[in-house]
Ligand binder design. Structure first.
Ligand SMILES: Cc1cc2nc3c(=O)[nH]c(=O)nc-3n(C[C@H](O)[C@H](O)[C@H](O)COP(=O)(O)O)c2cc1C
Length: 183
């Protein structure tokens, strides 16, 4: 059975990124995947301590609430990650996720656990979808360095508008992306 692990980096557990991630996960489940999901804003998750333990070891020295995720990430076939845009970049919790993935790279910066499929979700209030593509590009470069294969990425934009709801077409595409994560 395919294993999919999802990371919600927004503190808003019912926010836009969360809604779209959940559609991706619905798609993955419909295709038979086993899904686990984690919130980076939960208490007990620390940022990278910069100790470089992971250069010589295949895991992280920080034994916090994130630590058990490493085993799950290693075993996962696919990863879904959602990031709200804060001041033009992924938010702080999103950056913590990226930093904590440093053990995915060995001492020579080669991927230790390559081949995982990735779907990303971003959300921004601004109605111009071209404004913050750099933040997504940087994130995707890092996943690529980890040997992961980005199969789909979604941007929710303009959600500052009163009464905004995620377009049905985007929700449908997210569901399909979840199916593509499997197998
Ligand atoms: C601290 C902060 C900074 C933000 N900065 C931006 C920004 O630079 N550009 C933008 O379009 N939206 C910005 N936003 C709005 C969020 O990106 C937007 O509300 C997004 O939908 C939140 O995602 P979520 O619903 O998954 O939490 C910011 C929101 C916060 C709280």
């Amino acid at each position: 059975m395919s294993k999919i692990i999802a990371f919600f980096t927004s503190p808003r557990k019912n926010g836009y990124t969360a809604k779209l991630i959940n559609r991706v996960l619905d798609g993955a489940k419909s295709a038979g995947a086993e899904v686990s999901a984690y919130y980076l804003n939960d208490d007990g998750i620390r940022g990278c301590q910069g100790c470089f333990y992971c250069r010589g070891h295949k895991t992280c020295a920080t034994k916090d609430k994130f630590h058990p995720f490493y085993e799950e990430i290693k075993e996962a076939d696919g990863i879904v990650a959602g990031f709200p845009i804060y001041f033009g970049e992924v938010g702080g919790q999103g950056k913590i996720l990226l930093d904590r993935l440093y053990p995915m790279l060995d001492v020579n910066f080669a991927p230790r656990y390559p081949g995982k499929k990735v779907v990303t979700v971003y959300a921004q209030a601004n109605p111009d979808p071209s404004l913050f593509t750099g933040a997504a590009d940087k994130t995707h470069d890092y996943f690529k360095l980890c040997g992961f294969d980005l199969i789909n990425s979604f941007l929710i934009y303009g959600d500052v508008a009163e009464g905004y709801t995620i377009p049905d077409e985007l929700l449908a595409q997210a569901f399909e992306a979840g199916k593509q994560l499997v197998g």
